[in-house]
Structure formats: C-alpha cells, structure tokens
Design a protein around this ligand. Structure first.
Ligand SMILES: [Zn+2]
Length: 227
C-alpha cells in the first residue's frame, strides 16, 4: 500500500517547483531562438506542450491504459505534474494493498490518507486508474521514487498466496507492459520493483507469495504480443 507521507506531507503539497527535463529546456530554448513565427504550424502543434510552463491537455475521465475504469483519487494524494517531460519515468512499483479492492478505492479517495497509486488491480483482473501517469502519485514513500515511477496496487494480502490469481497477474502484466512500452522502460527486475525495494521504505509488499519470475515472464509476453 502507499504509505503516509507523515510530517513531510505539507512539504509535498508545497512542492510546486518544476524540475524541467533537459529535453524540455533544450527544445524550449530552440523554439525561443528560432522564434515561434518561424515554426510551421504543424511543428508548433507537436512542440507546444514541451515549452516550459505549458501543460499537456487533460480530459476528465481519460485513462492512460485502455480498458481501465477511471476512479479519481483525492487530489491530496498526488501532486500535479507533467511527466515524462518534467520527470523521467523509469520504474514501475508493485504494491499489495493489505485490503480489498473496495477498501483501496475508498482510502485513495480520502484526502486524509495522503497516499494513493496510479492503478488498482482487482482479483478478477479489473483495473481502476485513479491518478494520471502525468501526475506524481504518493505511493512509494520516497519522493524521488514517486516522481520517477508508476505505482500499481493489487488487492489482497502479502501473507495469503490465494490473493494472487492468474487473472490478476495477467491483467497487471498487460498494464506494466504498456507502461514499459510508453516510456521505453526495460522489462527487468531493476526497473520493475516491489515497494519493499524502494530505498528507505519499511513496507514489505508485495511479499513472499508474489511470483516475480512468472510476473516478468508475463510482462515480456504481453509486450511481445502488443508489439
Ligand atoms: Zn506498497
């Protein structure tokens, strides 16, 4: 589960400064040097959102993974961002919730929880998206890892092997494969990690019953199938 940000949470909310990616700065600089009038209209169309201070379009209810159901988390449980342009995304963090799907949705919608992940996967493979991948979700308990990752929560309990169904593994693997394709993330255990592997965490999820070999194999298969 995502964890409380604790006493540092007010710091996270005040953190509105932008860490612009190198690419955005270079392209923004180039656009300024050339002068916007000199850019062809179609070039502007593909570049405007890279210019610092201009965010990508957002549509209410839009999801990043086809088939996911949009269920908005509380805005207190995330920070608005413009990834991957302000923060590069190079990790997927796997969580197990210590609770049911309904419980997870409830707490992620609660502004007092101060934590939420981008996605929640149910036992039957149904997926809710609660935070856009553009935004930083408070799920890893580590600011830098929140900024660089997409977090996937799974309903169930770390000490119950029966929590992890075939449908859940397959749906989650398809989701992770799509994320890895979108941001060009290698499909391996260096880049697809458990919450337990986030530096500084005291969380143990996804726990000993999570079958990493099976999961990585399924992610690779899903990536190949969609290529
Ligand atoms: Zn977790």
């Amino acid at each position: 589960m995502g964890e409380q940000q604790g006493p540092g949470s007010h710091r996270a909310q005040k953190d509105t400064d932008r860490h612009l990616g190198r690419r955005a700065l270079i392209i923004g600089g180039a656009a300024a040097a050339v002068g916007s009038a000199a850019l062809a209209r179609d070039e502007l169309g593909s570049l405007w959102w890279r210019v610092p201070g201009v965010e990508k379009d957002r549509t209410d209810g839009e999801v990043d993974f086809r088939g996911a159901q949009w269920v908005a988390a509380s805005s207190a449980n995330r920070r608005r961002a413009d990834r991957p342009d302000d923060y590069r995304i190079d990790r997927v963090v796997i969580h197990v919730a210590q609770g049911s799907y309904a419980t997870v949705l409830k707490v992620f919608r609660d502004p007092g929880h101060q934590a939420a992940s981008h996605y929640v996967v149910r036992k039957d493979g149904h997926i809710a998206q609660m935070i856009r991948e553009l935004d930083v979700a408070f799920h890893a308990g580590n600011r830098a890892y929140n900024e660089r990752s997409v977090g996937i929560e799974h309903e169930g309990f770390v000490d119950r092997a029966s929590s992890f169904t075939d449908a859940m593994y397959r749906a989650s693997a398809r989701l992770t494969a799509a994320i890895c394709t979108r941001y060009d993330i290698p499909v391996d255990r260096e880049h697809i990690i458990g919450h337990v592997e986030v530096p500084g965490t005291d969380h143990t999820d996804p726990g000993p019953h999570w079958d990493w070999d099976r999961y990585i194999r399924l992610v690779r298969e899903a990536r190949t199938a969609s290529a």
